[in-house]
Design a protein around this ligand. Structure first.
Ligand code: G3I
Length: 362
């Protein structure tokens, strides 16, 4: 079991009563000290991914960090309907082409996110649109976008976040209302398969570990869609982790997910230390929260590593360094001091890095 940077291994750190005192060391170590983290992609026998955006492509420090750490990139928004789909069902591929070209120029696998998302495209995909036109434009969008990058995408999130927020059934959305609750999903997968026979096609969702009911609904949905003829090739668990969930909950979801037999993509991993407005003030020290974070991230990495090799599609973080996270940006949670990823602002290992390295056996 390799020791962590300060000479302690994670389990000793968390199990022994001195764990919190030892964690103080993490909390007190200035994140700008110490060596750069060893390449993440050297830790794992499967692809390590991270997001990127056109605004980062001209930043040589970010480019160098991506080249050092990852073998796969997910464009964070450029392949989404909000960026490609314009008024009058016109398409603008300028940003998506730039991201896909850049990824290939760097020798990275490029993962497409996402073709259909309940929350996007709503300026043109409206309830008022005649259903025949709605269906034709839906098919044209999915087949045109997936077809444009045929042979260049290792996989696609074909439908994102189809399960209801609380896990009770499917989410209501205009696509479901116009084309049918499950039918729009089957349709999207069939259009994507016809447009790109080689990309692995994923059903992707969030809170699957955080909310066992939602995780169970998601897995049942995937099974049902397969029976309905949807060519689902993999399942994506976004893994925006709630670090406060009970130990074992993550392991339980991965055990159930593995039973489906499909490749699994940890597609958007982050693990915020700060919570959305909770009822009670959080009186714990940064070290106590770090210990909780390290425990949960370690559980997830161990659960992913325990999957059969053919089911470990990729392990992607939603941002590479703390400062690349949506959580620090205005459109996210606007928390400039959040530390929710494996690398700090300067590419040095956060405490969770060692938990992942331990889990991957490196
Ligand atoms: O970069 C442009 C800027 O040039 C322009 O002036 C501005 C005007 O709106 O938009 C900027 O783009 C923003 C983009 O993030 C890059 O920062 C978009 O408005 C904004 O909508 C977009 O937000 C993204 C969000 O999904 C919605 O697409 C976040 O970056 C992205 O992290 C977030 O990611 C989602 C996953 O897709 C699904 N799972 C949850 C995850 C986090 O919410």
């Amino acid at each position: 079991m390799p020791a962590d940077p300060s000479g302690l291994n994670r389990r000793a750190l968390l199990a022994a009563p001195l764990g919190l005192a030892a964690c103080e060391r993490f909390a007190s170590v200035p994140t700008s000290a110490g060596p750069l983290a060893p390449p993440l992609k050297s830790l794992a026998p499967f692809p390590i991914g991270a997001t990127g955006m056109t605004g980062q492509l001209d930043d040589p420090v970010w480019v160098a960090a991506m080249r050092r750490h990852v073998s796969q990139i997910t464009p964070e928004w450029e392949l989404k309907p909000e960026r490609i789909l314009q008024s009058g069902f016109a398409y603008d591929f300028s940003a998506s082409d730039r991201m896909v070209d850049w990824g290939h120029d760097q020798g990275l696998r490029v993962f497409g996110h996402c073709l259909v998302w309940y929350s996007q495209g709503l300026d043109v995909f409206t309830d008022a649109l005649p259903t025949a036109r709605f269906a034709a434009e839906f098919d044209r969008y999915v087949s045109t976008v997936a077809g444009r990058y045929r042979g260049r995408m290792v996989g696609w999130d074909v439908v994102n976040e189809a399960v209801a927020e609380d896990g009770d059934g499917l989410r209501d959305c205009v696509y479901a209302r116009k084309l049918g609750a499950e039918a729009y999903i089957v349709r999207a997968f069939q259009q994507a398969r016809a447009a790109d026979p080689d990309a692995v096609l994923f059903l992707n969702d969030y809170n699957l570990e955080n909310n066992p009911r939602k995780g169970a609904t998601f897995l049942r949905l995937a099974e049902r869609l397969l029976k309905l003829g949807a060519p689902i090739g993999g399942i994506g668990t976004q893994s925006h982790l709630d670090i406060e969930i009970p130990a074992g909950q993550i392991r339980g979801f991965f055990r159930d997910a593995a039973a489906l037999g499909l490749p699994i993509h940890v597609s958007e991993l982050d693990f915020p230390m700060q919570r959305d407005g909770g009822r009670m003030p959080d009186l714990r020290s940064p070290a106590e929260k770090r210990a909780q974070q390290v425990a949960r991230v370690g559980e997830l990495a161990e659960a992913f590593m325990a999957l059969p090799a053919r089911q470990r599609f990729a392990f992607t973080t939603w941002g590479l360094r703390d400062t690349d996270s949506w959580l620090v940006r205005e459109e996210g949670k606007n928390r400039p001091d959040e530390s929710a990823l494996l690398l700090d602002a300067r590419g040095r290992p956060n405490p969770a890095y060692q938990a992942v390295a331990d889990a991957f056996g490196r």
